[in-house]
Design a protein around this ligand. Structure first.
Ligand code: SAH
Length: 514
């Protein structure tokens, strides 16, 4: 970090949030302000500190669009604010100007840099991966290849101005015999293509147009120069799109790893808790799906926090603790640490229900004595008896969510254990369902819905209007285990339902592969 605030012109990459540079990520995680465009993936904004000011300056329907001059002025004034804070020895941060792709490739980043220089605002450039290189790569097209081309030319064909094409030297472009990459509007493509043919380029020259390159809903239109002349063909393609003309554009089949991933083209609605690590979402994304997350549960502190603190104080005296969820593990640890204690305050025997819970304990340095395979509560008591001996007379602490499955407690009590039930946290449905999820359901865009607990099912039901509940009936559903399946059934959602054999997230993914 420098001693004074600066403006950082940061390339956001082409769309896939993973294609941000490490320097770009560092800039975002420590900034005070982000001024961003439509093409910068909004997911990257989550990297900024919660207190950072996020200012959108891109084009959007119904909103005033800032002119380039207004953006330039905004950069300077936001920097001045930070400068004033620094002068007052107050907390300050850099101003990030986040631009799609690379800031200096058709992004007017050069003009912004010049303006900043004129106002003596210190700035840095953090390059990004440009869409004209990454887009083709994600569509199976290397922009150069020793056998086909030795040059690549980045060209802009302006959207607003069909005459902009007139400024290009088509004879020179045709003679290059290399790869041509066109940024901007598809509207000008027919003119561009006709000009290239007139300048002597082969009308059969392969071409590819990549819409929303590197994003889960990327779509590639393969064609040739002749077809690009057709207005009807080009009109069907929405922005943003990158056009590649050249022999490499014909290569894609064997190199098209991105579009050949198993779930490419599928949209999955993942019902989840807000705090839950997005492991399922991440894995689905890797498999190529477009993931829409619908938080259906919010974690909240337990209704009786004092009871929890007291219970945790008694933990060293009990014979066994049973953790039933990852959230429960985290809640206990937060409580221990807040009161200056650590894992040594746990009882001698620790049981984790399910592999994810066991993994959460392992992260805390605790290997569970037993990890019951079966998620079904009534079998857990049995399993414990089989492996850890007769529990008669044992004091067992059940560290769980406020909504409990009584079967576990009953099973242990039948075995004459003394069970203390501690509600570590409560879960509740959020006020509304994420608008993106509502839109996707309404437009019939969802191919699969995943449920990782009974409450995700019940809460989704609560959050949906009757017509949308009806739609869910017809959509394939994936359940983590029998308890969730049962909940789905009682909601009338038992059609098109698959249940994971292993009741955890890897198990769900395995079920999906089948
Ligand atoms: N600085 C950006 C380009 C800005 S110009 C970069 O380096 O990528 C805007 C044009 O970039 C769009 O009209 C489109 O042609 C292209 N573009 C940017 N992101 C894109 C994406 N994800 N998919 C397809 N084209 C994209």
């Amino acid at each position: 970090m420098s001693m004074h605030p600066m403006v950082l012109l940061v390339g956001a990459g082409p769309g896939d949030p993973g294609l941000l540079t490490v320097a770009g990520r560092d800039a975002l995680t420590s900034c005070s302000t982000v001024i961003y465009d439509a093409l910068a993936n909004p997911e990257l904004l989550r990297l900024a500190p919660p207190k950072a000011e996020l200012i959108y300056v891109g084009k959007q329907a119904n909103r005033h669009t800032l002119t380039q001059d207004e953006i330039n002025q905004l950069l300077v004034s936001k920097w001045q604010q930070q400068r004033a804070l620094a002068d007052a020895k107050s907390v300050w941060g850099n101003v990030v100007r986040l631009k799609g792709g690379d800031p200096y490739v058709f992004g007017r980043g050069g003009e912004e840099g010049q303006y900043l220089a004129a106002y003596e605002v210190p700035f840095r450039v953090i390059p990004g991966i440009t869409s004209g290189i990454a887009g083709p790569a994600y569509a199976g097209i290397p922009v150069t290849h020793r056998d086909f081309t030795s040059s690549v030319t980045l060209i802009t064909g302006h959207q607003q101005d069909a005459n902009a094409a007139a400024g290009l030297n088509f004879e020179a472009l045709a003679k290059l015999n290399g790869t041509l990459v066109f940024y901007m509007g598809v509207k000008t493509l027919p003119t561009l293509a006709a000009n290239l043919i007139a300048a002597g380029m082969d009308a059969q020259m392969p071409a590819a147009i990549i819409h929303r390159a590197t994003l889960p809903n990327q779509k590639t239109y393969r064609s040739d120069l002749q077809q690009l002349c057709d207005d009807d063909f080009c009109d069907q393609i929405a922005p943003p799109a990158i056009t590649i003309i050249g022999r490499v554009a014909g290569l894609s089949a064997e190199l098209n790893w991105f579009e050949q991933r198993p779930l490419f083209g599928k949209t999955v609605l993942v019902t989840r808790t807000r705090q839950q690590a997005g492991e399922l979402s991440r894995r689905l994304l890797e498999l190529g799906a477009e993931v829409i997350e619908a938080p259906t549960i919010e974690l909240a502190p337990p209704s009786d926090p004092t009871a929890v603190i007291e219970a945790i104080g008694r933990m060293p005296q009990v014979d066994m603790a049973i953790f039933t969820s990852v959230n429960g593990v985290h809640a206990v640890w937060d409580n221990l640490l807040q009161t200056g204690r650590d894992a040594r305050s746990l009882p001698r025997r620790v049981v984790a229900v399910g592999p994810s819970t066991a993994a959460a304990l392992r992260q805390m340095g605790i290997i569970a004595d037993l990890m019951p395979e079966e998620f079904t509560s009534d079998k857990i008591a049995q399993t414990i008896q089989t492996h850890l001996g007769d529990v008669a007379g044992w004091r067992i602490m059940l560290l769980r969510a406020e909504i409990a499955r009584p079967a576990l407690r009953t099973g242990l009590e039948q075995a004459r254990a003394v069970v203390e039930d501690v509600a570590m946290y409560q879960t509740r449905p959020p006020a509304v369902l994420a608008s993106e999820a509502v839109a996707a359901l309404s437009e019939n865009r969802i191919d699969l819905i995943t449920f990782t607990s009974a409450s995700t099912a019940r809460n989704l039901f609560q959050l949906l209007s009757p017509p949308l509940r009806e739609k869910v009936c017809g959509i394939p559903k994936l359940s983590i285990g029998p308890v969730t399946t049962q909940a789905l059934g009682s909601l009338g959602w038992n059609l098109h339902l698959t249940e994971a054999t292993e009741h955890d997230i890897p198990g769900m993914l395995a079920a999906l592969e089948k």
